[in-house]
Ligand binder design. Structure first.
Ligand code: DI6
Ligand code: FE
Length: 411
């Protein structure tokens, strides 16, 4: 950790914390230190003795030796939706497969029906419960996808609700247009015509209204082909929107290579990605986003190629994938545990996966994801001794304080 004198006029001085900056790959812990915050940004940090006693300090927080990490970033969620699919969970316990339920009109289509019917106020209220839970588990930036509207009106409604949640709560919301999530019933058997609708109307309108920070697609045999995905990506490019991709989750569609070819910010899931796909990700600097909640909930048996991703130096993120069908969860530290237990990531990789690499997966690495001078003061204070404890504990959240833009909010 670099020593640095604090800038004049500190809004908040956090004393006596052990800092895990997440700027290094080991997630090293500093000796007792201070962090100075001004104008919502990190303005100084260093060993306790290095603090200039002459600098005016407006407020102080005693860290009491706790561990300070960057605020957690959940870089892949479908958090805005109405209703739930507990009955499909029961059906799957009786032996029905996720694909079979989807083909029979359940799955994503079921959530599309309830989300289309919900008025924006209800949709926001239902989604707010999940958002508050994420925040209680330390999340300070969250990505929220559309994809349960599948019409211009309903996709824009979802994105507006996501933006409104970011206004309502002290959490930074980044939105992603996922109109290419499933073929809506009115386009049954006419997927290409729906892709026309996306590229000619839905995507340009979302861009014009500045409702989408990125564009995603579900490239899968139950969703969109690589050729259709390519058309969505080309349209996103025309509107200068960054890309993400649900890639190679249920089958190898060459999704990783496709995401890399377009210089996507991230390729997500990747259970069936092959070596060529991994090499392509490494060349393009695309982040591999691991979604162990979906792997667990679907009782998947094919883990993503973690060892290969690691060997090729592909940055790996970890996210909740919060959605009603395959990962109805909002507990990001629990996902870190699953990333280690089920996918064999290391605790340090899991922590980088919800901080620095998650920021990179959203194109936000310059402003957050590590503790460094000039970055946003989005911070979590944990009652633990070592960062591995965040991944080790099953379902605990030893969060003592959460700061969003330098302001502590009650948990
Ligand atoms: N992959 C997933 O795991 C979710 N969407 C996607 O593209 C599933 C969404 C759902 O079942 O509602
Ligand atoms: Fe997803």
């Amino acid at each position: 950790m670099p020593d640095a004198a604090a800038a004049p006029a500190i809004d908040l001085l956090i004393r006596n914390v052990r800092i895990v900056t997440c700027a290094d790959d080991e997630c090293a812990v500093s000796p007792p230190a201070f962090v100075a915050i001004a104008h919502g940004l990190i303005a100084g940090m260093g060993p306790i003795g290095a603090l200039d006693p002459g600098v005016p300090v407006r407020a102080e927080l005693d860290g009491d030796g706790a561990l300070l990490t960057p605020g957690l970033i959940d870089c892949h969620t479908h958090l805005v939706y109405a209703g739930n699919r507990a009955h499909e969970f029961e059906m799957r316990l009786q032996g029905a497969s996720y694909e079979a339920i989807a083909r029979a009109g359940g799955g994503i289509a079921a959530t599309v029906r309830s989300t289309r019917e919900a008025n924006p106020i209800d949709l926001q209220a239902q989604s707010a419960r999940r958002l508050k839970s994420l925040m209680r588990h330390g999340v300070t930036t969250v990505e929220i996808k559309s994809g349960y509207g599948l019409s211009q009106r309903s996709e824009l409604k979802m994105l507006q609700v996501a933006r409104a949640l970011g206004e309502q709560f002290p959490i930074d919301v980044r939105t992603t247009l996922l109109a290419a999530h499933a073929v809506p019933p009115e386009f049954a058997g006419r997927a290409d015509a729906y892709v026309d609708e996306i590229v000619e109307h839905i995507l340009p309108e979302a861009a014009r209204l500045q409702l989408a920070d990125a564009v995603d697609a579900y490239c899968e045999h139950i969703a969109f082909t690589p050729a259709q995905t390519r058309r969505v990506f080309e349209a996103a490019r025309r509107h200068a929107l960054p890309l993400k991709l649900h890639a190679d989750q249920l089958s190898n569609q060459g999704g990783a290579a496709l995401a890399a070819e377009f210089g996507a910010l991230s390729a997500d899931h990747l259970e069936h990605a092959d070596a060529a796909g991994v090499r392509a990700l490494a060349r393009s600097g695309t982040v591999a986003v691991m979604l162990p909640g979906a792997y667990y909930f679907l009782r998947d048996t094919q883990p993503p190629p973690i060892a290969l991703l690691r060997a090729h130096g592909v940055p790996m993120a970890v996210a909740t994938d919060c959605n009603p069908g395959t990962s109805p969860g909002t507990h990001l530290p629990l996902m870190m545990n699953m990333a280690c237990t089920l996918l064999r990531m290391t605790p340090a990789e899991a922590l980088l996966g919800v901080t620095r690499h998650a920021a990179q997966a959203l194109g936000l690495a310059a402003s957050r994801g590590s503790i460094a001078l000039g970055k946003r003061a989005d911070l979590c204070l944990w009652d633990i001794d070592h960062p591995a404890e965040l991944s080790y504990a099953i379902g605990a959240t030893p969060l003592r304080a959460r700061l969003q833009g330098g302001v502590e909010h009650p948990l």
